[in-house]
Design a protein around this ligand. Structure first.
Ligand code: ATP
Ligand code: MEV
Ligand code: MG
Length: 386
């Protein structure tokens, strides 16, 4: 039996970082996906290994199941109940990861491989299997690659665990899971995100699981219904960074300057609430759209200013802001910042020629630009046709 799961990346329209400290944030799924296929070997295969193939990078890792059992004698294997990780389990996983040869310029993958091992062994114990991962998302760039990885992986793992997820095996093509299954996948993915992010808010795995556009505050999800077309140019500065250390940096600043930082987080909360109201309110004509876009653009600029105060902007992000402001366009970072991707609002009435000029100028600075579909599908699984 083989299953394939896919989960989308995301953009955060407002509220990143502050959401870790209890403020509201607004996020939307994008139509770029991470795919995980999972297969248990048949007895004829005579395969006694757990394998992880990161296809895009041409990397393969494998662990003899005997070695996993020896290193982690207290294995879980109960899909319905999520174990809290013990220091011993994390140490055991670290030793299993250490014995793999991970290329020096790919050490960022250590946290992803650790999340894989933790999720796999917690759900399936020490059963042999092969997982193959591919992704359309740039890794470590603010588009939620870690969450898409954890959601797709959890969905694939739970789909092949006999009783935790109800599926229609005869369904042709991609299928959306039921409400309780989505909740379970989201919970497991959040645990994976903890391994990668340290202290995630849960917004990335939640929007990747459910898709569309959401408001998220203190673990609570509100679905945003909108008929407003929101078009963003995504610019990847290609400056590498990692979410865990950026989140830790903001927490450090919050400890150092608690009163000032609480004011910043409160301001972000108001921005996210206003933004979600604007997006949800009905549209009667083009004039209304233009007014709304102007407000959204201002809120994005205000949010970017506050993110800069939190210490998560970067000179490359400032370069994109300067470049796009020449064309009167508003830009903010998305995700954890420190480099990575930034969003520029593309108003509905903006001419294609202007977009082409901005893109050409950004590309000449060495950045990569893309326009992704916003607010699309969440996590789905497939048993055939792949
Ligand atoms: N397809 C993948 N295969 C293996 N590991 C992955 C994959 N996608 C993400 N990861 C893991 O997640 C890490 C990147 O996570 P990180 O949270 O730093 O960035 P991001 O999720 O892309 O951005 P953000 O959290 O700001 O949205 C990678 O270094 C790797 O460990
Ligand atoms: C920076 C952050 O707010 C968003 C990363 O996409 C972290 C989180 O919420 O987990
Ligand atoms: Mg991440």
């Amino acid at each position: 039996m083989e299953v394939r799961a896919r989960a989308p990346g995301k953009i955060i329209l407002a509220g990143e970082h502050a959401v870790v400290h209890g403020s509201a944030a607004v996020a939307a799924a994008i139509d770029l996906y991470t795919y995980v296929s999972l297969r248990f070997p048949t007895p004829e295969d005579n395969d006694e290994e757990l394998k992880l193939h990161l296809k895009d990078m041409g990397l393969e890792f494998s662990w003899p199941v005997g070695k996993i059992k020896e290193t982690m004698p207290e294995l879980g294997g109960v899909p319905g109940s999520i174990p809290s990780y013990s220091l011993e389990a994390m140490k055991a996983i670290a030793s299993l990861v250490e014995e793999q040869s991970i290329p020096e310029d790919n050490t960022g993958l250590i946290s992803g491989i650790s999340a894989f091992l933790w999720l796999y062994t917690s759900i399936h114990g020490n059963k042999p299997a092969k997982a193959v991962v591919t992704s359309e998302l740039p890794l470590g760039s603010g588009l939620g690659s870690s969450a898409a990885f954890c959601v797709a992986l959890s969905a694939a793992l739970l789909s092949l665990s006999s009783d935790s997820v109800k599926l229609d095996f005869n369904h042709q093509g991609w299928q959306v899971l039921g409400k309780s299954e989505l909740e379970l996948v989201n919970k497991w993915a959040f645990e994976g995100e903890k391994i990668i992010h340290g202290k995630p808010s849960g917004i990335d795995n939640t929007v990747s699981t459910y898709g569309n556009m959401i408001k998220f505050k203190s673990g609570e999800l509100t679905h945003i219904k909108t008929n407003m077309p929101v078009k963003m140019l995504i610019t990847n500065t290609k400056v590498g960074r990692n979410t865990k250390s950026l989140v830790a940096g903001v927490s450090k600043r919050a400890l150092k300057h608690p009163i000032a930082m609480v004011s910043i987080f409160n301001a972000v909360d108001s921005i996210s609430n206003e933004l979600s109201e604007i997006i949800q309110s009905p549209i009667s004509d083009d004039l209304v759209i233009t007014e709304k876009e102007e407000k959204i653009a201002e809120l994005m600029e205000m949010n970017q200013g506050l993110l800069q105060s939190m210490g998560v902007s970067h000179t490359s992000i400032e370069t994109v802001i300067r470049t796009t402001s020449k064309y009167k366009l508003s830009t903010k970072l998305t995700g954890a910042g420190g480099g990575g991707c930034v969003l520029t609002l593309l108003p509905t009435l903006l001419s294609g020629t202007v977009v082409d000029k901005v893109v050409a100028e950004l590309v000449s600075c060495g950045f990569h630009c893309l326009v992704a579909g916003i607010g699309g599908r969440g996590m789905e699984v497939c048993f055939n046709g792949f």
